[in-house]
Design a protein around this ligand. Structure first.
Ligand code: AMP
Ligand code: MG
Length: 469
């Protein structure tokens, strides 16, 4: 059984509203993550599938859960919104896993809360399955992320552009505290609660930190490293708003996100990102922007606030260096160079330029580097041949380059057109594609005959992704 220990619920009242999920009419368990469940203390077979549907739809509360919706603000596409909060999510509680880590267990799509504004508090099946598949794929790639414990269909319709089947995903996270959570109290000049939140976050996520400046640096480092990892697998988050920037440094909120097929640094998918603010290559700059907002929200915690502004500004300058060091390390490994020299980074930059010029598939090109077919990924294969001469010279001196490449370059990613196809099928009641996809993506570095290796045809290309809200 899950043993709850709800530390967030013990924070000052202003941080949350206690309320239960709204019941759904006919919950059915669609997916359940046995491996994750065991970490959380749920033994296989301990709860029947029917009971699980009741629990992970919010119809039945487990003993010890203390459900609540958290308060937060956020900059959405750069625009300040003082009151966001969990409008369609409810935190059931926290548990210490068998790995000693503290986990939040949250339902998403569980009904209206005081933060719902005009929303219905619900989620459609498509976005629920997308979050399930992509967050678990991210985990399997070794990139920090929230995870998916369960997906349940509700038996109720949700009205979007059309009426769609409703569903709820159970999200598991180190916590759901965001930059926007700090902003909420800083903006309200509620310094007492801001300080309580700071103490909570330090104790929970950053026990080595004791001052606001130390916390700032530590959060910034995790963000910089996280974004470098996204870049290394061609991932575009799509909505890097400050409310979707998690303090513990996990990827959170799989809305209009996507892994790129053909590489282009200006790639954008999100239908609501008209200016391309969150395009692939902007992600590190947005990381800096978000950390500047975090810094601002911490200023009230400093004794000398004028000095704090200067010191935080100086610290913020470190973001780009941390990002670049990790980005370069990851990309050098992708081309097999685990003992690089300083000048080797130009090989990475040149390859990426050629890939963009030659409409090369991001995943397949890197994966093919350990074989002999990478040139086929380029519209003009001789462009690759030219590049590879210098590369092969450098590769000769490197330890285990094939092994390094095959453990750095996934063979498969959650391709957008396959996700769309999977959602179409699931909406018709056929979950076989969903099941196959989650199974395959659990082992992304194993070369397989997966349908996920093939890039989309012209007709299959997904040009825009949607939040589904
Ligand atoms: P997101 O874009 O998913 O990060 O959500 C931004 C904000 O909108 C958050 O405060 C959400 O809780 C809220 N929200 C999104 N979808 C819904 C919905 N269907 N009902 C109520 N609130 C929602
Ligand atoms: Mg969000």
């Amino acid at each position: 059984m899950i043993v709850f220990d709800n530390s967030y619920a013990r924070l000052p009242e202003a941080t949350h509203t206690k309320l239960s999920p709204s019941p759904v009419s006919a919950p059915k368990l669609i997916a359940f993550n046995d491996q994750l469940a065991q970490i959380l203390g749920l033994k296989p077979g301990e709860i029947s599938p029917n009971d699980m549907a009741q629990v992970f739809s919010g119809n039945h509360l487990l003993d010890g859960s203390d459900p609540l919706a958290t308060a937060y603000s956020g900059h959405q596409f750069g625009n300040w919104n003082p009151t966001l909060g969990d409008g369609r999510a409810i935190l059931l509680g926290e548990t210490i896993g068998s790995d000693g880590q503290r986990y939040d267990i949250q339902l998403k799509g569980s009904g209206r809360t005081p933060f719902s504004r005009n929303g219905d508090g619900r989620a459609a099946l498509g976005p629920v399955l997308r979050e399930y598949v992509v967050s678990e794929a991210m985990h399997a790639l070794g990139i920090p992320t929230t995870r998916a414990l369960a997906a349940v269909s509700t038996g109720d319709k949700v009205q979007r552009e059309t009426a769609l089947p409703g569903a709820i995903v159970t999200r598991v996270a180190a916590s759901h505290i965001r930059v926007g959570t700090f902003q909420y109290f800083a903006a309200r000049r509620d310094i007492e609660t801001l300080r309580a939140l700071f103490d909570h976050v330090v104790a929970r996520h950053y026990p080595d930190c004791s001052t606001p400046m130390e916390l700032f640096r530590a959060v910034m480092d995790r963000q910089a490293i996280l974004i470098a990892h996204w870049m290394s697998v061609g991932f575009i988050h799509g909505v890097m708003n400050t409310d979707n920037c998690q303090i513990a440094g996990e990827t959170i909120d799989y809305g209009p996100c996507a892994f790129m097929d053909v590489f282009h640094p200006d790639q954008v998918f999100s239908s609501i990102d008209r200016g391309g603010r969150y395009r692939y290559k902007n992600q590190p700059d947005i990381g800096v922007w978000n950390m500047a907002q975090f810094a601002t929200s911490l200023i009230p915690l400093f004794d000398d606030q004028d000095a704090a502004i200067e010191a935080l500004n100086d610290a913020l300058n470190q973001f780009v260096a941390t990002f670049k060091t990790e980005h370069d390390r990851l990309f050098l490994r992708k081309i097999g160079l685990s003992k690089p020299e300083k000048s080797d980074i130009s090989l990475v930059a040149d390859l990426l330029t050629l890939m963009a010029e030659n409409q090369a598939d991001f995943t397949n090109t890197f994966r093919a580097l350990s074989g002999d077919a990478a040139r086929d990924q380029f519209a003009d294969p001789t462009a690759f041949d030219h590049w590879s001469q210098g590369w092969k010279e450098r590769l000769a001196s490197q330890p285990d380059p094939i092994e390094v490449m095959n453990t750095s370059n996934p063979a498969i990613i959650a391709r957008n057109h396959r996700i769309e196809e999977m959602i179409q099928s699931a909406t018709q009641g056929d979950y076989s594609k969903f099941e196959r996809m989650t199974q395959e993506l659990a082992r992304p570095f194993d070369a397989t005959n997966s349908t996920l290796t093939r890039p989309p045809t012209e007709q299959e290309i997904v040009h825009a992704t949607f939040c589904g809200t």
